[in-house]
Write a new protein. Structure first.
Length: 218
């Protein structure tokens, strides 16, 4: 029986135009439920589409550590395992081991043909009680052959976002190669900032009232 049908304690973490995210606690542990049925009617197709992308990404990444596991997805409710941890902006990781582990996490993710595509947001990075990194919120994930030019560009952008966070919390441990990568501007990033980024900001800030670096995933 799914947790949503049991008497397990429930705590809503988020509710917005795209639906709701709920933490469900049961005898077998906690799970996260993303319900797209309660999204605004005109956003339900988009909400269902992004939830399906998250399910697809997590299915590809199972059973790697640092990623949640999909427990069920029926087109309406996505149930995944719960990862205990604090968002990066709260934990503020300053241990170099965290960033080395995070680099391996990205490497394994990219080898499975998944680019997160939203790692600029600190809430999408979790720091577990053991000090290890974990990733959440795969609604913007992109898929493709790992060695394709497109996926290599996207992988580099994922890495650049990790290095930006390292520059914020552990700047003294940036290597010369990492500094050069941070200084390099890709055509992908330039096109995004010139075209899609203004539209993204208008929709998220004016329509949905989101703020930059506000967590969207549960």
């Amino acid at each position: 029986m799914r947790n949503s049908e049991s008497n397990a304690p429930r705590r809503q973490l988020k509710a917005d135009a795209f639906g709701s995210v709920t933490l469900v606690g049961g005898a077998g542990g906690h799970t996260i439920e993303r319900d797209v049925a309660c999204a605004r009617w005109w956003l339900r197709p988009i909400s269902r589409w992004v939830a399906s992308r998250e399910a697809r990404a997590l299915q590809r990444l199972s059973p790697l550590e640092g990623f949640a596991r999909v427990l069920s997805w029926d087109g309406r409710v996505l149930v995944r395992s719960y990862i205990e941890g604090a968002p990066m902006q709260e934990a503020q990781p300053r241990n170099i081991a965290f960033y080395r582990h995070a680099w391996r996490l990205l490497r394994d993710m990219h080898r499975r043909g998944v680019s997160h595509n939203d790692l600029a947001k600190e809430p999408n990075w979790l720091v577990t009680p053991a000090g290890a990194p974990a990733l959440t919120d795969f609604q913007m994930a992109i898929f493709g052959p790992p060695r394709s030019r497109r996926m290599r560009l996207l992988a580099r952008e994922d890495l650049r976002h990790l290095l930006k966070h390292k520059r914020t919390y552990c700047p003294e441990r940036l290597t010369s190669i990492e500094r050069r990568l941070l200084a390099r501007r890709s055509w992908f990033r330039a096109v995004w900032f010139a075209s899609a980024k203004p539209v993204y900001r208008f929709v998220t800030r004016r329509v949905f009232r989101w703020q930059d670096n506000e967590g969207r995933g549960g």
